[in-house]
Design a protein around this ligand. Structure first.
Ligand code: SF4
Ligand code: SF4
Length: 413
């Protein structure tokens, strides 16, 4: 059993971490656990086939961010460019794979380096997918530093319903500490100006990398919302110091408390880290791994090699063999799943009440020596606040909030 008790506004609740359900109960002694609580793991949220592919279009970048894990965009292999042929070689079989499994959607996530340096290739790939997709729905995502957005490429992305994730590390001072051009100038002003090119900001997602220079996330998160973003995603750099982690933890709690209060007051927007934790609670299906890398999500690098996710580019232990008929060899996928569970689960995960809304830590961090203790601690704050959010909403507030989430998730696809 995975059980957690919660008290919100003097009311007591019980969270069943296997059944992924929350019960309102004032009297735990009389609560008949035998009839309600679940001993088995929930059904998995992961699909049995790959339905998202990340295409690393190039290994180049026009910024030189000091914290970049991809070695300032080059991944140690400078000047690689993906070709249209290489993109088709994975898109064609994936379309077949999705169709053969009864799926209806394939998602392509454009990544780099800086993917907008390859805008012609993006246009060619999207045109190709739209003409060859048959009845499949194609979803497009892009992660960009935002400096190369122009009215033309914004119009193209809006016409094709792209979800656009723009890196933004806070206000000008914080953002410009790390996110700089080759000449040392900060990129904030350019990014803030380019955001105004979007007619519909609902598809934008501000991607905050939390490093030593912006751990106080609550102090700038309202400023990001003021720029017009309705969606934020943060990622914690695992290299931060214990002192900085403690500031981050306090600031994160404050930000999530404001979020709970905003949702209660029908001021809707998304913190996607929290939304991801909500999915298992809304569907009663759990994560095996929160990011799906190596299970239903794979990556093709600019040189044509296939990995579980961009962080593993260059590491032959995380290669996937591929053929045009089977997409990924079954034994690779099975091995991938085995590696996922082994790599992500800390000893503490075995008994953790949050396991199925968490899925374990990032497998790259656990494999390559990131600070998984901070990752775990931070997730526990996030899950505690996610449960608090649900428990603090009345039935009608909950219904309204779910309707909002459904509408933005449907609109995103
Ligand atoms: S990583 Fe931490 S929060 Fe997640 S399941 Fe493991 S112990 Fe729980
Ligand atoms: S394995 Fe880690 S770095 Fe890779 S996609 Fe998942 S969370 Fe991100």
């Amino acid at each position: 059993m995975r059980i957690k008790t919660i008290e919100v506004q003097n009311q007591k609740f019980l969270f069943d971490g296997n059944g992924l359900k929350i019960y309102e109960t004032d009297n735990f002694d009389q609560f008949n656990a035998k009839y309600f609580l679940t001993a088995e793991a929930p059904r998995s949220l992961q699909t049995e086939y790959v339905r998202t592919v990340c295409l690393v279009l190039n290994n180049s970048c026009n910024l030189t961010c000091s914290y970049c894990y991809a070695n300032k965009g080059v991944y140690d292999f400078p000047n690689e460019q993906m070709t249209l042929e290489s993109a088709k070689e994975i898109i064609d079989p994936l379309m077949k794979l999705v169709s053969n499994n009864g799926g209806v959607e394939l998602t392509v996530a454009f990544f780099g380096g800086e993917p907008l340096l390859s805008m012609k290739l993006i246009t060619a790939i999207v045109d190709y997918m739209e003409t060859s997709r048959g009845y499949l729905k194609c979803n497009y995502k892009i992660t960009t530093n935002g400096t190369l957005l122009s009215q033309d490429n914004v119009d193209f992305m809006e016409n094709h319903n792209f979800e656009v994730m723009i890196s933004l590390d806070g206000d000008k001072k914080r953002h410009d500490t790390h996110r700089i051009f080759v000449n040392g100038k900060g990129s904030y002003d350019r990014v803030a100006k380019n955001i105004t090119l979007f007619k519909n900001k609902n598809k934008l997602n501000a991607r905050i990398t939390v490093t030593n220079s912006n751990v106080d996330i609550y102090s700038y998160f309202n400023g990001i919302l003021d720029l017009g973003f309705n969606r934020l995603t943060y990622a914690l750099d695992s290299r931060i110091s214990p002192e900085d982690f403690s500031i981050f933890a306090g600031s994160l709690r404050a930000m999530l408390s404001q979020y709970i209060s905003d949702i209660r007051n029908c001021r809707y927007y998304e913190i996607t880290n929290l939304s991801l934790a909500l999915v298992p609670l809304l569907t009663s299906r759990g994560y095996m791994s929160h990011c799906n890398a190596g299970t239903s999500y794979i990556t093709k690098s600019a040189d044509g090699t296939i990995y579980k996710c961009p962080r593993f580019i260059g590491d032959n232990n995380y290669l996937y063999r591929f053929d045009k008929i089977n997409i990924i060899h079954k034994e690779d996928r099975d091995r991938g799943i085995e590696i996922e569970v082994k790599d992500r689960n800390l000893l503490a995960c075995e008994t953790c009440e949050y396991l199925y809304i968490c899925g374990g830590v990032c497998s790259f961090h656990s494999k390559k020596g990131g600070n998984v203790a901070y990752e775990c601690q931070h997730r526990k704050i996030l899950f505690e606040k996610t449960l608090e959010l649900i428990c603090s909403l009345t039935k009608s507030q909950r219904r309204q909030f779910i309707l909002y989430l459904n509408s933005v998730w449907t609109e995103l696809r």
